[in-house]
Design a protein around this ligand. Structure first.
Ligand SMILES: [Cu+2]
Length: 316
């Protein structure tokens, strides 16, 4: 990363999808046109300032009115510039904002909740949260749905930003270009922890994506040994089951699906690394870590919190 940090994790000037490439090319074209116009305008301004500055005793310059060729030129010039910008802009709009779903596309339903993301893949029978996994080189259709308030789905390197509006079926179609790790962020203010509503995005090569799908479809892992076994019993016997799904154990829908939570690297919608210490603190008092989090604090002993964390991390 250089001094200008072109390539931060949320860079908008590094493209990782066809949409981002198209938008960036347009952005580049417009920027260079503006640089050229700006340079010309400031050069002429500089010339005029020097050439026609007031000198002591100089007479008033010749006054004139009306120069048809000049007026035609400064009308036509900008019109041509606008045309040069409009044609590729309209092409990119039509190419990237199509509502038609290509037949081979992978469908991902994105639900924005205060303050986390659910990703489900209806054709694959997979539901996960906060970590979006997609294959490289295949078109993906994101269907954006909002059960609570307005959110906005934004993965800067994918190029698009689109609102997730309750009761409105927004979609976004794009093709991730190559494998890599990216970040996304809710981009529409949605309440206390809006700033903490991030997401990790993983683009896998097709074979690795298939392996990920197989692992996600598998039933939840049975914990082997202590304290994870105790953790499972605690989980199954407490309020957790009312809000969280661990397939085969519980079917809550108010919080993220935890069936394969141990395979995720982040906790709390990209907020914290998914480590045992963070998880212990989270299950005891999530709102203390994430303001407003809609998961209540629990009175747990050290041992109970550690057992729960061991169980959750075992859910690979
Ligand atoms: Cu938000």
């Amino acid at each position: 990363m250089g001094p200008f940090a072109w390539d931060g994790p949320m860079s908008t000037v590094v493209a990782a999808s066809d949409m981002a490439r198209d938008v960036l090319a347009l952005y580049g074209l417009i920027t260079w046109i503006c640089v050229a116009i700006g340079t010309l305008v400031f050069a002429v301004l500089g010339y005029v300032l020097v050439r026609f500055r007031e000198r002591p005793g100089a007479p008033l310059p010749a006054q004139s009115h009306g120069r048809p060729w000049l007026e035609i030129a400064w009308t036509l010039g900008p019109a041509i510039v606008l045309l040069v910008i409009a044609v590729p802009t309209i092409q990119v709009i039509f190419r990237t904002q199509t509502l038609a779903t290509p037949r081979d596309a992978l469908e991902v339903v994105v639900r924005g909740y205060q303050w986390w993301w659910e990703f489900s893949y209806p054709s694959l029978g997979v539901v996960t949260a906060n970590e979006l996994v997609v294959p490289a080189g295949r078109r993906v259709v994101f269907r954006l749905e909002g059960p609570d308030v307005i959110h906005s789905f934004w993965v800067p390197k994918f190029g698009g930003k689109r609102d997730v509006v309750p009761g409105r079926a927004n979609t976004m179609t794009l093709m991730p270009s190559s494998a890599g790790d990216f970040w996304g962020q809710c981009a529409e203010f949605c309440g206390a922890s809006h700033a903490n509503m991030g997401m990790r995005v993983v683009v896998h090569a097709p074979e690795r994506f298939d392996a990920w799908v197989r692992a996600q479809r598998a039933p939840a892992v049975e914990p082997a040994g202590e304290p994870a076994t105790t953790g499972k019993a605690l989980f199954a016997a407490s309020a957790c089951v009312g809000c969280h799904t661990v397939r085969g154990v519980s079917a809550g829908t108010l919080g993220p699906d935890l069936t394969h939570f141990g395979s995720r690297t982040t906790l709390g919608a990209g907020m914290l690394p998914n480590t045992p210490q963070n998880l212990v603190a989270w299950v005891r008092d999530a709102p203390a870590l994430k303001p407003g989090a809609k998961m209540p604090p629990f009175r747990l002993t050290d041992e109970q919190a550690r057992a729960l964390a061991a169980y959750l991390l075992a859910l690979q």
